[in-house]
Structures are given as structure tokens and as C-alpha cells.
Design a binder for this molecule. Structure first.
Ligand code: SF4
Length: 182
């Protein structure tokens, strides 16, 4: 059975992506690395909700460092970018590079990939391009295909998983708040 290290952005997205990978015959291990998430209380909420997923799918999930300062350093100069712009490409790359580091360090997986392509607002082509530019071991997937996102929402509801209403960083939170006020 091929083994894949799956970068996980949140439990809701993991629910759909793990189901798809298991259907395809992969043995899945998870890696939660998201220093983009703001504030810490939100990070903890997303992290804790992963325990349900871990038990439900019998998947081991490791947690990376919450190195917020590194994230802010990486995206410096792109704070005002809209969601889906250059800041997001940097944010994707940082998280995928860290996942690849773990992939190399542990030497027990055949591939690595990410849940990020399941989000309806996320451009899968860009995420897959970044992944393949990091390594040929990146498993190209578009988890939103075949109603992947809808399926993830159904599973999340069944399991009572917390679903956030903004992507993760402080800027996406502010964007969301502005949209609601106007
Ligand atoms: S909007 Fe989402 S993907 Fe883009 S920089 Fe913020 S957290 Fe990262």
C-alpha cells in the first residue's frame, strides 16, 4: 500500500481529503503545520478538532511548530494582497516545504500532498504547481473535484467538527469582517 504524508490545513478539509486518498488505496499520515492561523485560540480550536478525524479514520497526525514569526517574515510586503493573491502562494509554499522536510526526514512515505486543494476559493493549479516545484514526490490532486468539498462538509457535520468561516491569517479574518460590515 503506498504511503502518503498529507499536509492538513484543518479538520473539515482533512475529512474529505483523507476519505478520497483512502478510497484510492493510500495509507495516510497527517501533518498539521499552519503558522498562518490567527489568533492562537483559533489555531488551538482547529488543532483540537483534528483529534476527531484522527480517531475516525485511524490516521496518525503530527503537529508542526506554530512559528508565527517565520510566517509574518515570509509574507512581509504582501500584507495587503487580496485572498488568492501573491501572499497565498507564499503561504502555500511555506507549508508545503515544511511538509516535504518531514517527508525527507522520516523516509517512510512514497508521496506527500495537501488538503489545501479542497477549498472552493483555493486555486488547485497554483497549489499543485508549487508542490511539484518542491519535489517530484508531490502527489498532484484536486480534492474539490467530484464534489469533494460538499462531501467534506457532510462528513464534518456528521462528526460535529468545527468549521471556520475564514481562511486562517489575520488578513483573511479582516477581509471577512469587512465583507460582513458592508
Ligand atoms: S488567505 Fe489563507 S492561504 Fe492566503 S495567506 Fe492567508 S491563510 Fe494563507
Amino acid at each position: 500500500m503506498p504511503k502518503v504524508l498529507l499536509h492538513i490545513c484543518c479538520a473539515g478539509c482533512a475529512a474529505g481529503a483523507i476519505a478520497r486518498l483512502k478510497e484510492e488505496g493510500f495509507e495516510v499520515s497527517g501533518f498539521f503545520y499552519n503558522p498562518n492561523i490567527h489568533p492562537l485560540s483559533e489555531y488551538q480550536k482547529r488543532r483540537q478538532s483534528l483529534d476527531v478525524i484522527s480517531r475516525y479514520y485511524s490516521v496518525a497526525i503530527q503537529e508542526g511548530e506554530y512559528d508565527v514569526q517565520r510566517w509574518f517574515k515570509e509574507i512581509r510586503g504582501y500584507e495587503k494582497e487580496p485572498e488568492g493573491g501573491k501572499r497565498c502562494a507564499i503561504c502555500f509554499r511555506l507549508r508545503l516545504e515544511k511538509t516535504y522536510q518531514l517527508f525527507c526526514q522520516e523516509q517512510k512515505y512514497d508521496f506527500f500532498t495537501t488538503t489545501l486543494t479542497i477549498g472552493p476559493q483555493k486555486k488547485s493549479q497554483i497549489i499543485n504547481q508549487i508542490g511539484t516545484s518542491i519535489s517530484s514526490y508531490f502527489l498532484v490532486r484536486d480534492f474539490k473535484k467530484k464534489d469533494g468539498f460538499k462531501h467534506a462538509v457532510v462528513i464534518s457535520k456528521q462528526l460535529g467538527i468545527y468549521r471556520q468561516n475564514y481562511c486562517g491569517c489575520i488578513f483573511s479574518k479582516q477581509e471577512r469582517q469587512k465583507r460582513f460590515k458592508s
